[in-house]
Design a protein around this ligand. Sequence first.
Ligand code: AHR
Length: 502
Amino acid sequence: LHSRLTIDPAAAIGPIDRRLFGSFVEHLGRCVYDGIYEPTHATADEEGFRTDVMDLVRELGVSTIRYPGGNFVSGYRWEDGVGPREDRPRRLDLAWHSTETNEIGLDEFASWLEKVGSELMYAVNLGTRGIQDALDVLEYANLRTDTAFARQRVANGRPEPHDIRMWCLGNEMDGPWQLGYSTAEEYARIAGQTARAMRQIDPDLELVVCGSSGAQMPTFGEWERVVLERTYDEVDYISCHAYYEPIDGDLGSFLASAVNMDGFIESVVSTADHVKALRRSDKTIKISFDEWNVWYQSRYNDVDKITDVDTWPVAPRLLEDSYSVMDAVVVGSLLISLLRHADRVTSASLAQLVNVIAPIMTEPGGPSWRQTTFFPFSLTSRLARGQALRVTLDSPTYDTAVFGAVPVVDAVATHDEATGDVSVFLVNRSLTEEVELSVDISAFGAIDAVSGTTLADPDVHAANTLAEPERVAPAENTSVRREGSTVTITLPPVSWSAVTLG
Ligand code: AHR
């Protein structure tokens, strides 16, 4: 197959916000306990954090990290997780049918974030709690005042405020699985009131209101309209969440998941802008795509879910998906979709970070390793700088059951005006065919060096596992050539690639 691409610095979509490369740590399964925190591990630091995991988190290149949930947050009492450890209660976590020991809470997590160099994005509980709880945790986290919660933080050994800028107003409040889920009207009222109250403490906070928990929800669209109509002036972002998996073995549609993500983002943008017009507002709402990934959710629902009334394990193995080469290609294509909407999606979180549907896996007392999905994320985070560029693409199509005809190739480019560096991110969705791609770079003037990296494997189901942690890795794509103002590259079937020009 052949495909042609033209890239041009004049076709700028918008600046790439570093927050696009965020992730998510929920108190869920072994994400926190036996994931980032394992005090008995050989690599643990003085606070019990695994330094091998910290090294991988830094290498992954994650900006903002959403915490502490997720579904977990809708039953969470933040104050359980601060102060002397011996006084912290063990609690039922209804979201994941587990026991929460509260060994890790806000202060410890903030300290871990400092070590890995990421920013905290904090979700408040609007499921079983509300305005007062949000105000209390905001005071505890951010203020220097001589008042009860701020003093408590100082007494707990954290004299400096955590200065959390981004706050999520609850989590997936449209979902019947969510503790305290509600109608759009009910949620809009509590979210708007909470936002307004939080701004009475600090008007400069960046607040994220919950959008639908997925575009498949029956209330999708209407939820966004109602919630934004009632909260528009109080919030900065609306959230999007999307997870993808092959349904009934339909790999062609799975590889085209970014088509769904594109449509989802564009629908939410349209709805937000419709509300903007209705309100004659000058303000534009941004999107926080604060949960996205490949997730074999059917496996959790059908196999792993704990329901027994007497069984509430600590840090059970939940949602520990093992990711294949094909899954990584889909993750790479979802990053292309996010970059394509960089003008409106200015924050995003790969859900999640460690062990739970994660790019990083750990074994208690044992090694940590990179899943296949680690690579497109870390390379995109490292290379996508400056402006995202709209590309002109001429690609053959293939038929999918879900989306109809879909381009075999998908692509986006980025251009760092400061350094002159250009990157092109590419996927070949064909299950069987190589693609010979030619890229017209004439709009860029002088380009000296050209190189390419590709993630692909003759076995698209190959994965990195405890037994074989380095089975899959990206490799240099030696087919890349430049002749004058044309770059050519061969894209293997089911592959993700990054081409850099500089
Ligand atoms: O990331 C796993 C779960 O997916 C989150 O807790 C929830 O918000 C979503 O449904």
